[in-house]
Write a protein that binds this ligand. Structure first.
Ligand code: FE2
Length: 302
């Protein structure tokens, strides 16, 4: 396994490894260590089957079931064979480009807002692994933001102010921001995916680093007015997505990119929907709700 940093302490490319074959214990450990250190790892030329992709993901923990599979497409045919894989494509179950008004297209547009995967679940995602099968000739890049570097760049008074705060993340809040009619959704969708609390500042137990935990899913900050909440969240997302904290990934067919959702945000860039874009994501569950992982580290010392 060969590691080439693309961005110091944030993004690295990994070569000389075949993810389609079982990894030796030493390689598994090295992979976890590299992901802890960098937060985003790029593996070029890894044409993985669905099962092989899930096998790599399981090295990091238990897998989530795709929200699409569990909420709005229950009992409907899916393009992908495994419910643990999220369909990040503009294709229907037969492989045709989705019609303009298709609900799946409307729901996927929120991927273009800054977010971290599954922070709208009580136990959010730790690691995501996105595999590219077909990519448009232009557009459709994914941008990543380094939330550890953003935290480190905040002044200490701001850090102390943010440490105790808890944000409410709501799946339907971010859908509403991109024009999805959230008033018209069936009641049982809300029951399946209710708003959940998450700490605003995370501490990574393996690296002992803090990071901002932000997403467009945040509907408000606990014990703060709606106006003040929105102003603070907008300010923090603008701060954390300044150019010096960003990496923009231009996809190649058969890239596998894995990232740590606990210390990064990302968003997908738009592209001309006449082109096919076919990707699938395996998502690893964190060890528990972030609000139950509060520890000594929440008191930052200089
Ligand atoms: Fe995402």
């Amino acid at each position: 396994m060969e590691l080439t940093p693309v961005s110091a302490q944030f993004v690295a490319e990994v070569t000389n490894i075949d993810l389609s074959t079982p990894l030796a214990i030493g390689e598994q450990q090295a992979l976890r260590k590299h992901l802890d250190e960098f937060a985003v790892l790029i593996f070029p030329d890894q044409p993985l089957t669905e099962a092989e992709q899930l096998g790599i993901a399981k090295l990091f923990g238990d897998l989530e079931v795709s929200v699409g599979a569990s909420i709005y497409s229950t009992n409907k045919p899916r393009r992908l064979g495994h419910t643990e894989l999220s369909d990040i494509s503009n294709l229907d179950e037969t492989g045709r480009i989705l019609d303009n008004g298709d609900i799946r297209r409307l729901i996927n547009i929120s991927n273009q807002l800054w977010h971290t995967d599954s922070s709208f679940k009580r136990t959010p995602a730790s690691v995501s692994l996105l595999s590219a099968q077909e990519i448009p000739p232009v557009g459709g890049a994914t941008e990543f933001a380094d939330m550890r570097a953003a935290w480190d760049a905040l002044d200490e008074s701001m850090q102390q102010r943010l440490l105790p705060l808890v944000a409410i993340h709501d799946y339907f809040h971010s859908r509403g921001l991109t024009g999805f009619d959230v008033e018209g959704i069936p009641d049982h969708w809300r029951t399946l995916q209710p708003p959940v609390p998450q700490v605003l500042v995370r501490h990574h137990r393996n690296t002992d680093r803090h990071s901002l935990y932000l997403a467009s899913h945040i509907s408000k900050i606990e014990d703060m007015s709606d106006t003040d909440s929105k102003a603070l969240v907008d300010e923090l997302i603008a701060f954390a997505t300044q150019p010096q904290f960003l990496y923009r990934h231009r996809w190649r067919t058969h890239d596998l990119v894995m990232w740590d959702n606990r210390c990064t945000m990302h968003r997908g860039a738009g592209f001309d929907e006449k082109y096919r874009r076919s990707m699938r994501r395996a998502t690893v569950q964190d060890i528990g709700p972030s609000v139950e992982q509060i520890d000594h580290s929440r008191e930052v010392t200089a």
